[in-house]
Design a binder for this molecule. Structure first.
Ligand code: ADP
Ligand code: MG
Length: 256
């Protein structure tokens, strides 16, 4: 336990990333520890998605070091420990002939490969993930016919099917109504509280989840870290650089 506590899940030192000589991310250093709930905000084009893609080895840093679970990124193999819901993951066409059960089951494939037989353990993980996202009653529905909020929970369940220790969500909430949104936030909070799953959540809705999160990262080429997001308004980077309206934050606060 003690070693788990000490080794960060992500340990990033002096990460830099540029495209054609333009700096996209500069001097990013951060540590993310087990069971933390972290929100990432920042303006469009600020580099949030790029940062996540670098953390997952989907882009190559210009320089800097990334360790995952204590290993250098290139030596890390336990990708099932990380669940990822990419930006726009829930844009599924209504004619795509896959049920909720099919989609969530795909979350097991990364671990096993396409042609291996489904085991009891797979079924347990798939049904457990659907239960955690409260979509068991939707399992036979065609995904494309679901509402935005339901699709959001399906994509999240797919990521949970590999039983990850970390769940990374890149703005999964565009085009979803406020009630579904709040329900989704409660489910995330429960995952973090009960299952101790580490959550890294890129969102514009930080005012709403301010009470749930442990730390707040703002990304706009550079990273700033706010360790006391409950006093979100005192994080001057937010109100000054990111134009987040104090009034708006107060009004959006919800109670669980
Ligand atoms: N493949 C790419 N080619 C060129 N520019 C890119 C590429 N990916 C991202 N960028 C640029 O990197 C910057 C950061 O983008 P992104 O990480 O998507 O920001 P965010 O997720 O915060 O909106 C933007 O200026 C974007 O135009
Ligand atoms: Mg993005």
């Amino acid at each position: 336990m003690l070693t788990n506590f000490k080794i960060p899940i992500f340990d990033v030192k002096n990460l830099n990333y540029s495209i054609n000589g333009t700096n996209i991310l500069s001097n990013i250093s951060l540590k993310i520890f087990n069971a933390q709930y972290i929100a990432i905000i920042g303006p469009n084009g600020g580099g949030k998605t790029t940062l996540i893609r670098l953390l997952l080895g989907l882009e190559e840093p210009s320089f800097g070091e990334i360790k995952i679970f204590g290993k250098k990124l290139k030596d890390f193999k336990d990708w099932h420990k990380i669940g990822y819901v990419p930006q726009r993951a829930s844009h599924v066409d209504a004619s795509f002939p896959a049920t909720v059960l099919d989609i969530v089951s795909m979350g097991r494939i990364s671990q096993k490969g396409f042609f291996s037989k489904t085991t009891n353990e797979d079924n347990k993980a798939v049904y457990g993930a659907m239960q955690k996202m409260d979509i068991l009653d939707l399992k036979d529905k065609i995904v494309g016919t679901l509402s935005g909020g339901q699709k959001q929970r399906v994509m999240c369940a797919r990521a949970l099917a590999s039983k990850p220790e970390v769940l990374i969500l890149d703005e999964p909430n565009t085009g979803v109504d406020a009630i579904s949104q709040n329900r989704f936030y409660s489910l995330l909070k429960e995952l973090n509280n009960k299952e101790k799953i580490t959550i890294v959540f890129i969102t514009h809705d930080v005012g709403v989840i301010a009470d749930d999160i442990a730390r707040l990262f703002t990304v706009n080429q550079k990273l700033t870290i706010c360790n006391n997001p409950k006093q979100i308004l005192s994080c001057k980077e937010m109100s000054e650089l990111y134009g987040i309206d104090a009034h708006l934050l107060h009004n959006h606060k919800h109670k669980h």
